[in-house]
Design a protein around this ligand. Structure first.
Ligand SMILES: C[S@@+](CC[C@H](N)C(=O)[O-])C[C@H]1O[C@@H](n2cnc3c(N)ncnc32)[C@H](O)[C@@H]1O
Length: 266
C-alpha cells in the first residue's frame, strides 16, 4: 500500500507532466531545490527524494513495463551500446556476467544477447520497496533486483566479479556518484568495462526534483559529473586506472544521451 507521502508524490508527478506546469512552475521549483540542496548534505537530499522516486513506479508504469516486454525472460537485448560491449569481450568470457546498477524494479535491459550467453544481476538501493510494489501487483520479475547501494558495490558483490557493469539513468540519482563509479570499477574484472548511459544534464532538466542531484556532460572532450557545488572530471579522476570514452547519441527528441565506456586497466 503506498503511503500518504507516496500518494502525494504520485499526484505531483502526474501534474508535473502537464506542459504548462513543466514550463512555468517547475523552473521556479528547480531554483528553490538547487538553492535548498546547497545547504543540505547529498544523503539528506537523497533520502528525501526516495519516496518521490518510488512514486514513479505506479500501476501505469507496470502496464507500460509489461508492454515493453520487461517481464519476458526471453526479451532480446536490443540496446546497441550494451550489445556491442558484450561483443567486444574475449570469447572465453562465457557466460558474460553483467551487473545493472540502479536497475529499478525491472531492469530495462533485454535478457538475451543475439550471439553470447548473458547473465544479468540487477541491484538498486530501493530494491526492498520495489519488491513490495511487485508483490502487491502479483508480479514475479525475470531478474529480481537485489538491494545494494551503488556506493557500496564492492562490499556487496566483491572485487573483480563482473565482466560488465551497466548504469542507465541512475548515476545522476546517487548521493555520491564518484564513490559509486569507484565501486563499479572495483566490481568489474580487469579488462572489463563500466557502461554509463545518461541524458545530458538530467539534474538541470529535472529541476533537481527528487533524487536528481547531478548532471553529466562533456566539457572540452572530457566527461564531467557536476552539480552547482562540485565538478568531477572522469578522465582526470581515473587516469592510469581506466580509459574513458564518451559518445553522444541523438535520441530524436530535444535531448541527447551520453554513452560512456570506462574500461578498467587489464
Ligand atoms: C530513473 S531510475 C532508472 C532505473 C533504470 N535503470 C531505468 O533506466 O529504467 C533511477 C534508479 O536509481 C536508483 N538509485 C538511486 N540512488 C541509488 C544508489 N545510491 N544506489 C543504487 N541505486 C540508486 C533509484 O532507486 C532508481 O531505481
Amino acid at each position: 500500500m503506498p503511503s500518504a507521502k507516496q500518494n502525494l508524490h504520485q499526484l505531483a508527478r502526474r501534474v508535473g507532466r502537464q506542459p504548462t506546469v513543466r514550463r512555468v512552475v517547475q523552473p521556479a521549483v528547480g531554483r528553490f531545490y538547487a538553492h535548498r540542496n546547497k545547504r543540505r548534505s547529498a544523503t539528506e537530499v537523497w533520502a528525501d527524494g526516495a519516496t518521490w522516486e518510488s512514486a514513479h513506479w505506479d500501476q501505469q508504469w507496470l502496464r507500460d513495463a509489461h508492454e515493453r516486454g520487461l517481464l519476458d525472460p526471453a526479451q532480446p537485448l536490443e540496446d546497441t551500446f550494451v550489445v556491442e560491449a558484450v561483443d567486444r569481450l574475449p570469447a572465453d568470457r562465457e557466460p558474460v556476467t553483467l551487473l545493472d546498477v540502479g536497475a529499478g524494479p525491472l531492469t530495462p535491459l533485454g535478457k538475451v544477447h543475439p550471439r553470447r550467453a548473458l547473465e544479468i544481476t540487477a541491484c538498486d538501493a530501493l530494491a526492498d520497496d520495489y519488491d513490495a510494489i511487485l508483490a502487491d501487483a502479483g508480479v514475479t520479475p525475470p531478474v529480481r533486483t537485489v538491494a545494494a547501494h551503488g556506493e557500496q558495490l564492492a562490499e556487496t558483490f566483491g572485487e573483480d566479479t563482473f565482466d560488465l557493469v551497466h548504469c542507465g539513468n541512475a548515476l545522476d540519482h546517487h548521493y555520491d556518484p564518484i564513490a559509486a563509479l569507484e565501486g563499479m570499477l572495483r566490481v568489474v574484472k580487469p579488462g572489463g568495462a563500466v557502461l554509463l548511459n545518461h541524458y545530458v544534464n538530467e539534474g538541470v532538466f529535472q529541476n533537481y526534483l527528487g533524487m536528481h542531484q547531478w548532471n553529466i556532460e562533456q566539457r572540452d572532450g572530457h566527461t564531467v559529473i557536476w552539480n552547482p557545488s562540485e565538478v568531477h572530471d572522469l578522465e582526470v579522476l581515473l587516469e592510469g586506472r581506466a580509459a574513458v570514452t564518451t559518445s553522444f547519441r541523438d535520441g530524436g527528441d530535444d535531448r541527447g544521451r551520453l554513452e560512456t565506456v570506462v574500461t578498467k586497466a587489464a
